[in-house]
Design a protein around this ligand. Structure first.
Ligand code: M6R
Length: 616
């Protein structure tokens, strides 16, 4: 994880670096640091804690950070605890080379031994300090230029990295390189911006080059960008992409937290996912990445969906939808497990990878494995230009806009919307889906933004319920069928941001074990829309009541029975079962938000987490 940023040009680098770091904090926020270069050397500040604490430390020092080259880092600790010493940037033993790094050097221990045997000393416990000293060692031993030393060092590295290095003797240049972890270059007029995520520099330029794995770029204020392959120094032609993000999309606006803003954006983000893909009046679904691969989707014998976290929950909903509407057997895999258990994949398989960020290391590794076995890999991603979106054979963007809150919300509903479109489209291609059902679901899909707006109106009742339950320590979330993954998602949201223990179960599984937990100290959130399994879920609620569990039920507007049985009810609009997760998840997102809010937690930056998990 970690966020890295760099600037090289004619402006004052410090404000660009510090403001960029604030936008990258979603990637890690346990320590941060900056280094600004000038003709007499550089100033380096780093500290444990958030970027605002770094800013305070710099302000207290009364030193003006002047210089037109700078690098900065916000960390999510992998090697070494979060403290001032382990924070980046890291410097080489001569103090000449300064490096920031996102990723993990897996073989850092063996490199460390070589360095120690050759008289190097290491101040921190990080793999990054090992790497910057390896560069120095190779540079001095071989009388190499910095560029040659970096190239040679990186061929020794096992692991993942995106790095930026500046030599104090040449502050007009910066070298960056990538393997696994993302890095992009913003091209300005006589200036370069470098960052893990271009949202940190979009107010300056929208022209972006994404480095690919195994590439390095030599940046110099007075020269054109020089892009090379690390392995053989082969010169490459950079491809410049135009970013379409608006600055407003990455600001909180009237909301206290990004998470709340993103929850409230959902009527609009779903419209964006549907735009150009669903014509409600004529019931036509058009999905670019599918049209061109129609035969593959018609003929496939099975689909495997691979993802992590919230995207994995969306995948489970996708399994239900694709099996029901398109009659294709689907398996859903945790990306982190998939590649380590020798999965059976062949070239007739379709693997769908789902990822908000498009940068999740586990998902990227699973994707690479699937491709190496010849499978056709289809991506569902939110972040345009991300590694996954650039690596798949075909795919679609969910167009939910930048999601900054660490707890994923709008990306989840956008993924589900995309999966509904996909299942309907394939079902139609295969002439498997009944016309009436297809037409009804298309019609209802068009009304989803309005239904979500209605579901958002439950916020006030959720505030009241949260006041009652915010000090409880254990929650169970129960759902059935397509709403079981919604129960998992509700539990994940609660534990991520309010640190309350929460688990999701299929409601009927309760009697096979979890029911032992029920007493008056547990809160059970039951998702109980009116559908085929409703009578069964009423039975499950009776079982909880009989054991004094407190029940919060998510029900439909015209519900009678659960309305009477539950301690608290939250009503959401009626909708067909296939689309119901899009509305039932809304109160669960609000409940998690509200509980964390009352408990005074930092909702957008929960402890130990980061938005993009770019380490395996
Ligand atoms: O960017 P991705 O969708 O690949 O991320 C996957 C998970 O890391 C992510 O969903 C995580 O579980 C979120 N924090 C959930 O809120």
């Amino acid at each position: 994880m970690c966020g890295i940023i760099g600037y090289l040009g004619n402006r004052d680098a410090y404000p660009i670096i510090i403001n960029g770091l604030k936008k990258l904090e979603y990637r890690g926020y346990d320590s941060s640091g900056v280094s600004i270069f000038h003709k007499d050397g550089y100033n380096l500040y780093k500290t444990k804690g958030r970027v605002y604490e770094l800013e305070k430390k710099i302000n207290r020092s009364n030193i003006q950070l002047k210089g037109t080259t700078g690098i900065g880092h916000t960390r999510w600790a992998t090697h070494g605890v979060a403290d001032d010493i382990n924070a980046h940037p890291h410097i080489s033993n001569s103090n000449n080379l300064v490096m920031i790094h996102n990723g993990i050097v897996d073989n850092y221990n063996s490199i460390k031994i070589i360095l120690l045997n050759n008289g190097f000393t290491l101040r921190s416990n990080t793999d990054t300090e090992v790497l910057v000293n390896l560069v120095e060692y190779i540079k001095n031993e071989n009388k190499f230029s910095l560029e040659e030393a970096i190239r040679c060092s990186l061929t020794e590295v096992v692991g993942a990295y995106s790095i930026a290095i500046v030599d104090r003797d040449d502050p007009d240049s910066m070298i960056i390189a990538k393997l696994g972890s993302p890095i992009a270059i913003g091209i300005g007029d006589g200036e370069f911006f470098v960052a893990s995520d271009p949202i940190s520099f979009i107010q300056y330029t929208k022209n972006v080059i994404y480095l690919e794995d195994g590439e390095m770029a030599i940046l110099n204020k007075y020269k054109d960008l020089d892009l090379r392959k690390i392995i053989n120094n082969y010169k490459l032609n950079p491809v410049i992409n135009k970013l379409k993000i608006d600055l407003k999309e990455i600001e909180k606006g009237k909301y206290k937290y990004f998470m709340l803003k993103e929850i409230y954006e959902q009527p609009q983000t779903i419209l964006n996912t549907l735009r150009g893909r669903l014509l409600v009046s004529s019931k036509v679904i058009y999905i670019d990445g599918i049209e061109s691969n129609k035969e593959k989707f018609i003929n496939t014998k099975c689909i495997t969906i691979v993802a992590c976290g919230t995207s994995w929950h969306a995948s489970l909903i996708g399994e239900y939808l694709l099996e029901k509407l398109a009659r294709i057997p689907v398996e859903v895999e945790y990306a982190s497990e998939f590649r380590y258990r020798d999965p059976i994949i062949n070239k007739n398989n379709i693997i769908i990878v789902i990822s908000q960020s498009g940068e999740t290391a586990d998902t990227i590794s699973a994707l690479k494995l699937a491709k190496s076995k010849g499978a056709f890999v289809f991506g569902i991603c939110n972040v345009v230009g991300s590694t996954i979106s650039r690596s798949v054979d075909a795919g679609v963007y969910t167009h939910a806009g930048p999601e900054i809150g660490v707890a994923s919300t709008k990306a989840f509903t956008a993924q589900i919307t995309m999966l509904i479109l996909l299942a309907l489209k394939i079902g139609k291609y295969k002439s498997i889906i009944n016309d009436n059902i297809y037409n009804k679901l298309c019609e209802e899909l068009g009304s989803i933004p309005e239904k979500i707006s209605t579901a958002l109106k439950v916020h006030d009742s959720i505030k009241k319920i949260s006041k009652i339950f915010h000090s409880m320590n254990n929650f169970l979330y129960l759902g059935r069928g397509i709403n079981f993954p919604v129960a998992l998602e509700g539990a994940l949201k609660l534990k991520e941001i309010s640190y309350i223990h929460a688990e999701g179960f299929p409601a009927a599984e309760m009697k096979h074990g979890p029911i032992a937990l029920i007493d008056q100290k547990i809160v059970v959130v039951v998702i109980a829309p009116l559908n085929e399994s409703y009578p069964k879920i009423v039975g499950n609620i009776q079982e909880i009541k009989a054991r004094n569990g407190k029940i919060i039920a998510i029900i439909n507007e015209n519900d009678v029975e659960v309305n009477m049985l539950a301690d608290h009810v939250i009503k959401v609009p009626n909708i067909s079962e296939e689309l119901s997760p899009l509305v039932t998840v809304i109160p669960l997102q609000l409940l998690a938000y509200q509980m964390a809010y009352i408990r005074g937690e930092n909702i957008d930056k929960p402890r130990n987490l980061a938005k993009s998990v770019t380490v395996e």
